[in-house]
Design a binder for this molecule. Structure first.
Ligand SMILES: [Zn+2]
Length: 437
């Protein structure tokens, strides 16, 4: 697209929301190049990053890791590297028709500054208005899934079985990471209640369990479940925060009145049926699970190869005094270490992405061949739906140490909380036992 967005063009772009890294603007003008699209643009990183100057997207060790991918090492900016990563790694794994890799559109600095001013004005009431990174020269144009989209962040859908999991962390084999992380978040005051959602349900391949997952997500959405109607968020949270204020049930039910043909009080139930049906029919989650499962070593294995790649003494073996247990990992050839870590990072992307499903009710005679259809039996309606993956960020190599620490923190917090709960339980049962004099 031989086009550069100028300051005057900001009038045609409306603030749609933001994530941790990106700000999203939706197109509201008439140009056929942009109708139905959104712009994703980088915010100024809060804690600084090597991307800041826009010169080098990858670190030296990341170049070793991703060197085989065409153009990735020479990518001048983080966005370009991300786009190449999507095209060359995630698209082949998840299917390019399920991944929207987007188009890079050139922008002037004035455009970025105008966007920032607009966003600051809009968000004056909010505490921390997003800052657009003015040093960029391009932004990413992707399809706007806002006809009636619905976002699910499914998280990791399997229990790790790696033999490198330390004996004290054996609980990882039976309790999901999601559930344990909820305990930690509750303990830290980041959430006010534990989510009822169980990722194993949504990946189970059983329709009843998928339906159960959808009900749980609706009851405790946190940042795992969002619903948009005509481009506006009507359920779930937009930002990075885990706790969200939800529309009350009645209000949500009412807002669906032009979508689900049913009496008051029944639409939410049928809507969740529609989502279940589409998740199930799309088959996307079984595809995703395969990619997640590429990580067979778990972070407790991959971290050792990480230290080999960055040519540093292994902190885990040193601190824990477990050199022998991991000697086999440390003696594999370098290309194997690189592969192991690469696969770990790809799987980490797959465990953290979101799935977007857009719906549009099929009116008589209205045919859209690019979309699949789903039948909602309860209301006798046919919907077009399009399911795809979004938010597939490339995970920085240097974050692996942080992944390891968080993993250990999650497990130890869970184990401690369980132990404390058990002690209380034991004390109660002693009290209840009748005393014989
Ligand atoms: Zn080690």
């Amino acid at each position: 697209m031989a086009l550069v967005l100028q300051a005057k063009d900001t009038l045609e772009w409306a603030y749609r929301g933001e994530g941790f890294v990106n700000l999203v603007l939706a197109y509201c003008g008439k140009s056929p190049d942009f109708v139905g699209k959104v712009l994703r643009m980088r915010k100024v990183p809060k804690y600084g990053s090597e991307y800041e100057n826009g010169h080098s997207a990858l670190t030296m060790h990341e170049c070793l890791l991703w060197g085989e991918l065409e153009g990735l090492v020479s990518a001048p900016t983080g966005e370009i590297a991300e786009q190449l990563y999507l095209q060359q790694v995630m698209c082949p794994l998840l299917g390019s028709k399920h991944v929207d890799a987007g188009i890079r559109v050139l922008v002037t600095r004035e455009f970025l500054e105008a966007v920032e001013n607009k966003v600051i004005l809009l968000l004056l009431i909010m505490a921390n208005a997003a800052r657009v990174n003015p040093l960029r020269d391009s932004v990413l144009l992707v399809a706007n899934h806002s006809i009636f989209p619905h976002g699910i962040k499914p998280k990791c859908g399997f229990l790790p079985i790696s033999k490198f999991i330390a004996p004290e962390n054996v609980v990882k084999r039976s309790i999901t990471r999601f559930k344990m992380h909820q305990s930690l978040k509750l303990n830290q005051g980041k959430i006010s209640q534990i989510s009822k959602y169980d990722p194993l349900d949504v990946f189970s391949g059983s329709k009843d369990r998928v339906q159960n997952a959808m009900k749980s997500l609706f009851l405790t959405p946190q940042n795992n479940f969002q619903v948009f109607l005509n481009g506006s968020l009507i359920f779930g949270g937009l930002g990075g925060g885990a706790d969200t204020t939800c529309m009350v049930d009645q209000e949500f039910d009412y807002s669906l009145k032009h979508v689900i043909r049913a009496e008051d009080g029944m639409r939410t139930k049928y809507f969740l049926e529609l989502v279940t049906e589409s998740v199930f029919k799309s088959g996307l989650l079984s595809l995703l699970l395969e990619v997640q499962k590429l990580d067979i070593f778990d972070i407790e294995g991959a971290i050792h190869s990480y230290y080999d790649i960055v040519s540093q003494p292994c902190m885990i073996c040193r601190q824990k005094g477990v050199k022998e247990r991991y000697a086999s990992l440390h003696s594999i050839p370098r290309d194997q270490s690189l592969k192991l870590v690469r696969v770990y990072l790809i799987s980490a992307t797959a465990k953290d992405l979101s799935m977007m499903i857009s719906f549009k009710s099929r009116e008589n005679g209205d045919l859209e061949s690019s979309c699949s259809t789903v039948y909602l039996e309860s209301t006798d309606q046919i919907f077009y739906y399009k399911a795809s993956f979004i938010d597939m960020d490339m995970k920085p190599l240097k974050k692996m140490e942080r992944h390891y620490k968080l993993d250990q923190q999650i497990v130890s917090c869970y184990v401690q909380m369980k132990r404390a709960a058990k002690e209380v339980e034991d004390r109660e049962s002693i009290k209840e036992t009748p005393q014989i004099n």
